[in-house]
Write a protein that binds this ligand. Structure first.
Ligand SMILES: C=C(OP(=O)(O)O)C(=O)O
Ligand SMILES: [Mg+2]
Length: 403
């Protein structure tokens, strides 16, 4: 029933207005799945390769589609993903593009779920999934590679850890986003938004901490449950290998590795941060391990550019004690099976998995299902904006049994 009878690929727009790959997978019994590839801006050096969409589509049509149509079953995700690897033949999807691969992989999963008549999270995670929901990390202020002339730290993320439901959590994050706008206005700071919908004011990180801290306290008082916050430092983007320092341009400060570790550890203590992503350069497992030693018992130290959803890199991190958490972005590695492998390895070794969007997104909501399917403690998928609320609203629908 889930035999794949057609795979169609096209270029669609992503949230930045760039082209990206969309895949449709159709099965013998009429099952249908459609998925769009997201795209990063602060991409890790070791990610699978995203090819220009037109080239990725042409290559996938030539090499992958003939191996799938009439040959593979959409209900057998491992088989589909193994065929994608074989059709590509490289270890980083540089032939068919990780963008074509991930779109086909996710569309096949949806087609499989469609035939089975099961929600995607149950198809991916099994019959007993759907009871636990991730805490949404919503970015409310940001800069880095996502907005010019804004904060050095890429993302200030709200984490409504005490929310009684996913619905309360999602609305709390949106409320903090709204209060941040009021506080910026009170300070006469004009602000546009960055790529992920966070406010991108021209302020330094210290001012951003003040604003976010106050906004979180105000909303916490309103809603009556605990809200904390965290960061994606995206430190690889700040790191200058020649001077071996982290450059904080808006504050005019350079920090060497020891100072960076000290600075982040101080921030964790001062603001009781619940989550810190990529606080150090993507090549510095040792510094990650040092920071994890110092504050890993009180916060998540998450590797995004460090691990790139890759089990080899995660294995190295586990061996060295670098971080205690991994960011999961399916397009960093190319298929859902690879993303599941990374989550499984993380879980076996006591690392928490945080499922994540990219800065360039589509309306695709697969990651909401992936987070529920894998019991992820957190999902990072913005706070506002249509391509972000596509995932947040899907989480609310999953909780309401309405997908
Ligand atoms: C979501 C992120 O941004 P991008 O997609 O640009 O890598 C991130 O760095 O975690
Ligand atoms: Mg990141």
């Amino acid at each position: 029933m889930t035999l794949i009878t057609d795979v169609r690929l096209r270029r669609i727009l992503d949230s930045r207005g760039n082209p990206t790959v969309e895949a449709d997978v159709v099965t013998e019994s009429g099952g249908f799945g459609r998925a769009g590839a997201p795209s990063g801006a602060s991409t890790g050096e070791y990610e699978a390769v995203e090819r220009p969409p037109a080239e990725a589509i042409a290559a996938a049509r030539e090499h992958a589609v003939p191996r799938l149509v009439g040959e593979a079953y959409a209900g057998n995700q491992r088989e589909v993903d193994t065929i994608l690897h074989a059709a590509d033949g490289t270890d980083d999807f540089s032939k068919i593009g990780a963008n074509s691969a991930v779109a086909i992989s996710m569309a096949a999963a949806k087609a499989g779920a469609d035939v089975l008549g099961a929600p995607l999270f149950q198809h991916l995670g099994g019959a007993f999934r759907g009871e636990n929901f991730p805490v949404p990390l919503g970015n409310v202020v940001g800069g880095g590679e996502h907005a010019a002339d804004a904060t050095d730290i890429q993302e200030f993320l709200v984490a409504p850890v005490g929310a009684p439901s996913i619905e309360d959590a999602v609305f709390a994050n949106a409320a903090v986003h709204g209060v941040v706008a009021d506080l910026l206005e009170e300070r006469d700071v004009p602000s546009g938004k960055g790529d992920e919908g966070a406010w991108a004011p021209s302020i330094d990180d210290e001012a951003a901490f003040e604003v976010v801290d106050e906004a979180v306290s105000q909303v916490e008082d309103d809603v009556g449950f605990e809200i904390r916050f965290g960061l994606d430092v995206a430190a690889a983007e700040m790191y200058d290998a020649d001077s071996e320092t982290y450059e904080y341009e808006s504050a005019g400060i350079n920090r060497d590795t020891d100072e960076q570790i000290e600075y982040i550890a101080d921030l964790v203590r001062e603001y009781d941060l619940v989550y810190v992503e990529d606080p150090l350069d993507e090549n510095d497992y040792e510094a990650f391990a040092d920071l994890t030693d110092r504050v890993g018992d009180r916060t998540l130290i998450c590797g995004d550019d460090l691990f790139v959803t890759n089990t080899d890199r995660l294995t190295e991190g586990i061996d060295q004690g670098a971080g205690n958490s991994i960011l999961i972005k399916p397009n960093q590695i190319g298929t859902l099976s690879d993303a599941f492998d990374a989550i499984e390895l993380a879980t076996e070794n006591g690392y928490d998995s945080v499922v994540s969007h990219r800065s360039g997104e589509t309306e695709d909501a697969t990651i909401a299902h992936l987070a529920v399917a894998t019991d992820a403690p957190f999902i990072k998928t913005g706070a506002v904006g249509g391509e972000r609320t596509a995932k947040l609203n899907e989480l609310i629908r999953i909780a309401d049994d309405a997908t």
